[in-house]
Design a protein around this ligand. Sequence first.
Ligand code: GLV
Length: 301
Amino acid sequence: MQIDGEERALAIHVEGEDPAPWLEAFHTAFPDWRVLRSDQIDAGATDQVAVVVVWAPPSGFLGQFPNLKQIFSIGAGTDHLSSDPSRPLRVPVIPRQEPASTRAMAEFVLMQALLHHRRVGDSIMHRSAKRWEPEPRGPVAGCRISILGFGPMAQATAELLVQFGCRVTAWSRTPKSSAIVNVLSGWSALDAMFQNPDLLINLLPSTDETRGLIDERRLSLLPRGAGFINVGRGDAVEQSALLRLLDSGHLSLASLDVLRSEPPPANDPVWTHPRVILTPHVASSPIPAGYAAWVATKISL
Ligand code: GLV
């Protein structure tokens, strides 16, 4: 693509993944652009790069493009950008928020919420002891759910849960309003989110303020038998406290899709804990073709 007589390029870095499907998707969505993989950028191309699409860029990557206009974060969270201290702060970061991603998140949480509500964790635990203990449960309607966070992922999730009749309250650091759920805001309202839900869902990003926020004191405020779903970031949770409360029976089940360290170390009890449903950070993963098409609608140079 030529803008002001200059050829424009887009550079991609997806740490830990095969770049081929990403390159193909972006070639298709950006037919007039040069699409460059991060390890094949020659000195002449750095001036042309106006847009980057990244997950955990290596140190020095983002700082090498003098004409950079937009940074697309393949993550819905942007904490992975801290891997590159050269990131120019003047350049806007656009987190992944395309409708397919927010919908996928909402569906994943709904699936987990239904597992919690139907006490499937108990059935899994009882199976290993060959215990057959049916516990009748009705529809999920009426289930009290607290959602920490109220960004686009949390909003889509809240909306879907409300469609199933759940009674949802969300919490946001800054004031936000919603036509469909009650939204509490500010630090003084945070403890109230733990005081009466059947299910607590974390969708907060990782920041200095959220790290360790779901600690033993707050988890202990949850009613006996409550469940917990973490699809935000692992470092929001004091994991040892969570496991203690699961062991004591205060909490019934934890669905953990994100952890402080991914994958967890081999000796981490989450691998085998009978009251933990562990998934490898898959609640909302981008599909390259759909994501690239969405990025093309968000270009603003
Ligand atoms: C994944 O957790 C993401 O930030 O998209």
